[in-house]
Write a protein that binds this ligand. Structure first.
Ligand SMILES: [Zn+2]
Length: 186
């Protein structure tokens, strides 16, 4: 007979009801889930098996170590600020300035394939919109990154805030494309 009580597939601590997340062949506790990149969606995580999750956690540990050796410079302040390292090889998009505490993902500039500005609407609020930056990557750990540029969700379409946010999104996009060595086409 199978035991009813389950342990976390990663750290083997008993699971609490709150904050546990299922992956393909087990369940992860809240403390282990916290170590996952914020850019990995819960849906993507649910489709990963134990080995893939362990590889991701190895990547996150390595990221933390790399981050501790880098001097990150803030290029653009925002809801997600844009940071770049001293060699302009890695960038980070983070809500907070303490990148080490956040373990902000170091995104290899060379892995960036595309940067797009996207808009998302909620079905019942069609006059409101979120403006996002969507980055497509060729990277074993991060396939894509989506960050919301407006600090608070659902801004009014065609408002001053909307145009300011679009300008900010365009500036971040241009800056990333420039770092990436691509043509700054709009
Ligand atoms: Zn755990």
């Amino acid at each position: 007979m199978e035991a009813l009580r389950q342990d976390c597939i990663i750290c083997h601590n008993p699971l609490s009801l709150y904050g546990s997340v299922s992956i393909k062949n087990g369940v992860m506790c809240r403390d282990c889930v916290k170590k996952i990149s914020p850019f990995l969606s819960e849906k993507a995580l649910a489709e990963m098996n134990l080995e893939e999750v362990q590889q991701h956690l190895d990547y996150r540990r390595n990221n933390q170590e790399m981050l501790s050796k880098k001097k990150m410079e803030k290029l653009i302040e925002g809801a997600y600020s844009l940071f770049v390292d001293e060699n302009r090889e890695f960038l980070a998009l983070s809500k907070r300035d303490d990148l080490a505490k956040e373990n902000a993902d170091l995104i290899p500039v060379k892995d960036i394939r595309d940067v797009e500005i996207t808009r998302s609407y909620q079905a019942d609020k069609e006059n409101n919109v979120d403006i996002n930056l969507f980055i497509t990557l060729d990277n074993p750990q991060l396939k894509s990154i989506r960050v919301r540029i407006n600090p608070f969700s659902n801004i009014a379409r065609d408002s001053e805030e909307y145009y300011d946010t679009m300008k900010k999104a365009a500036l971040i996009k241009r800056t990333i494309k420039k770092l990436n060595g691509g043509a700054p086409n709009e």
